[in-house]
Design a protein around this ligand. Structure first.
Ligand code: HEC
Ligand code: HEC
Ligand code: HEC
Ligand code: HEC
Ligand code: HEC
Length: 466
């Protein structure tokens, strides 16, 4: 034991390594104990305890033999100069001293393994949390995290969609994650983050853990609120009968026909998946059909259609100004009785601002000025309502536009529908033709029944309520 410590203290490298191992070991155990007793650190303490410290811990462990190795070499050189040669240790287990030393070594190693295993396990757990994904790289992920928190998937962990179950994809994503961490720390990541995400795990293995395709059945009524740009912000509702459908008995029809297990659709498109040149469809009866429109340029890629080819924004749903203002008026966050509020809100939301902070100020000022100039009486009597409306618009802006990440209105188009981007009409445009002259239909009643379009008081809603 004595000579081991002498060997250690004789060279500074091993000594430093031993100090690092002891210090980080104690820190890891302390942080872990803290957590056992319910203390909740921020995401950074998680990274420190379970990612950075263990790396230092291992580095320390490696330094110890490295120092001893260098010391030995120095000893040999000393011997060459004629100094007394250092004796090599004799590993004789009959010797009680050696036995004890081996025992201490074994116990310490076992302890180190336990510490490292715990740290790694906790590290993995930390990286799985939404907080880790959304907050650690906050400026980068802020747009996605903000949109995520307002989405129906706010309680689904990032990793449930981005990684899914199984070790293979976990390793794959963490390996590509190393590059991302480097990009984020050095600030050389692209703004905005480019989509589509090419190495996303196939949706059938993630989404379908929770949503089962054979459960999409029949039609569903969808009421879309709307308001006019007139002085009264006149209400105008749209009512659609969405043919959500999918597997029904042995056949399959409606929107979720595309993901029937018997159906396979592949398409050839540009890298952005916005322009589609060719579509190959194999239906449940085994018929194969190819639809094409024009020649595809070099660099076009084939892809098999799955959930995210339509639901490309299931969680990071960025909305457009009209949609946001309509929803806010419909649920009462914006008053319907401030003259021209609908029109003015959209105008102010669409104006350019250098930052979210500037937008909040600019919108508040703009709204104030409008009423002061056009409706002085309203400005005087409804001051609080105008201020509250401006605050709501500020939140809407801050949830959709991120100047620091170069994300503006419509930067990330949503493929559900056809209002704000081609969406379904990328294929359903009656322009992609098969050899026998068939096209992919744009018939208005294929995907939805149009029960009412922008009507003040749709008769259909009255009859449904009776
Ligand atoms: C319900 C599933 C789901 C959840 C939960 C989810 N994502 Fe995503 N995310 C997606 C899909 C699908 C895309 C791919 C969009 C595309 O390819 O066009 C994506 C894309 C992204 C992108 C690329 C940029 C963009 O906006 O397309 C980032 C960054 C991202 N997600 C981060 C996160 C973070 C951080 C969380 C957790 C706070 C999270 N995601 C949770 C499904 C999800
Ligand atoms: C861990 C479970 C889970 C996973 C994985 C998951 N979802 Fe969901 N999804 C939910 C829950 C819970 C809801 C909310 C249901 C509700 O509000 O009625 C939901 C709602 C939805 C909705 C309806 C949204 C609305 O506005 O009504 C869509 C569309 C959807 N998910 C698509 C997807 C897609 C696409 C994926 C894969 C990229 C996915 N989900 C992955 C659990 C999940
Ligand atoms: C061809 C495009 C398309 C594909 C592919 C697709 N969906 Fe949908 N999905 C839609 C549309 C359109 C709606 C209706 C949206 C609405 O009413 O707002 C919808 C609605 C839903 C809903 C809400 C269900 C309901 O009854 O209202 C869920 C959940 C969902 N999809 C999940 C999935 C999952 C999971 C997959 C992959 C297995 C998938 N979708 C594939 C287009 C698609
Ligand atoms: C990648 C191309 C592609 C995209 C994108 C696409 N579809 Fe389709 N869709 C097809 C093809 C191919 C058919 C089958 C045409 C045929 O019968 O020959 C089809 C058929 C349909 C059908 C009829 C299914 C039946 O037989 O009852 C509906 C409904 C439908 N699509 C809805 C949608 C909706 C809604 C969207 C957007 C959310 C969408 N599609 C986006 C390729 C696409
Ligand atoms: C390939 C499927 C498909 C076809 C064909 C189609 N639509 Fe749609 N339409 C959709 C989907 C999906 C939505 C989005 C529903 C939602 O908001 O979630 C939609 C939404 C709409 C809306 C409501 C928009 C809003 O947000 O206020 C109107 C209006 C509409 N469609 C009209 C039409 C008309 C008119 C045609 C015929 C030219 C047509 N659609 C053809 C799939 C289709």
């Amino acid at each position: 034991m004595k000579s081991f410590f002498i060997a250690l203290t004789r060279n500074p490298i091993s000594l430093f390594g031993a100090a690092v191992v002891t210090a980080t070991g104690i820190l890891i155990v302390t942080l872990f104990t803290f957590e056992l007793f319910g203390f909740e650190g921020g995401p950074y303490s998680g990274i420190l305890a379970y990612l950075i410290l263990p790396v230092l811990f291992i580095a320390g462990l490696l330094l110890i033999p490295l120092g001893i190795f260098r010391q030995r070499r120095r000893d040999r050189q000393a011997a060459a100069r004629g100094e007394a040669p250092p004796a090599f240790p004799v590993l004789d287990l009959n010797d009680a001293r050696i036995r004890n030393r081996a025992l201490v070594f074994a116990v310490l190693t076992a302890l180190n393994v336990v510490i490292l295993a715990t740290a790694t396990y906790k590290g993995v757990e930390t990286m799985d949390t939404t907080r880790f994904c959304g907050k650690t790289c906050h400026s980068v992920m802020q747009p996605e995290f903000t949109a995520f928190q307002r989405s129906p998937h706010a309680n689904v962990r990032c990793v449930d969609c981005h990684i899914g179950p199984g070790a293979g994809w976990f390793v794959k994503s963490k390996l590509s994650g190393v590059g991302q961490v480097v990009a984020v720390t050095t600030g050389i990541y692209p703004r905005p983050i480019p989509t589509p995400v090419h190495n996303l795990r196939p949706a059938r293995e993630t989404c379908q853990q929770c949503h089962w395709p054979s459960k999409f059945v029949g039609d569903r009524v969808k009421v879309i609120p709307g308001f006019g740009d007139d002085e009264a912000n006149a209400e105008q509702k749209t009512v659609l009968l969405m043919r959500v459908g999918g597997k029904e008995g042995s056949a399959s029809k409606g929107i979720h026909w595309h993901v029937d297990p018997g159906v396979r659709i592949r398409y050839l498109s540009d890298d952005k998946r916005e322009t589609i040149y060719e579509i190959e469809m194999r239906n449940a009866r085994g018929e194969v059909r190819r639809y094409a429109s024009g020649a595809a340029p070099a660099g076009a890629v084939w892809r098999t259609m799955d959930c995210v080819d339509c639901h490309n924004r299931p969680s990071h749903t960025f909305h457009m100004p009209v949609e946001e203002v309509d929803t806010a008026m419909s649920d009462g966050r914006l008053p319907k009785d401030l003259p021209f509020l609908h029109r003015e809100s959209i105008r102010l939301l669409k104006a350019p601002y250098p930052s979210q902070e500037a937008a909040r100020k600019g919108i508040a000022q703009g709204l104030q000025d409008f009423y002061a100039k056009q409706y002085p009486a309203v400005a005087a009597s409804r001051g609080a309502a105008i201020r509250d409306s401006a605050a709501v618009l500020g939140v809407i802006y801050g949830s959709n536009v991120f100047p620091s990440m170069k994300i503006g209105w419509g930067t990330y188009p949503n493929h559900i529908g056809h209002e704000n981007s081609p969406g379904c009409f990328r294929c359903h445009d009656d322009a992609h033709k098969s050899k026998d002259g068939r096209t992919i239909s744009q018939d208005c009643s294929l995907c939805h029944g149009l029960l009412a379009v922008q009507e003040k008081d749709p008769a259909i809603l009255k009859s449904l309520q009776q």
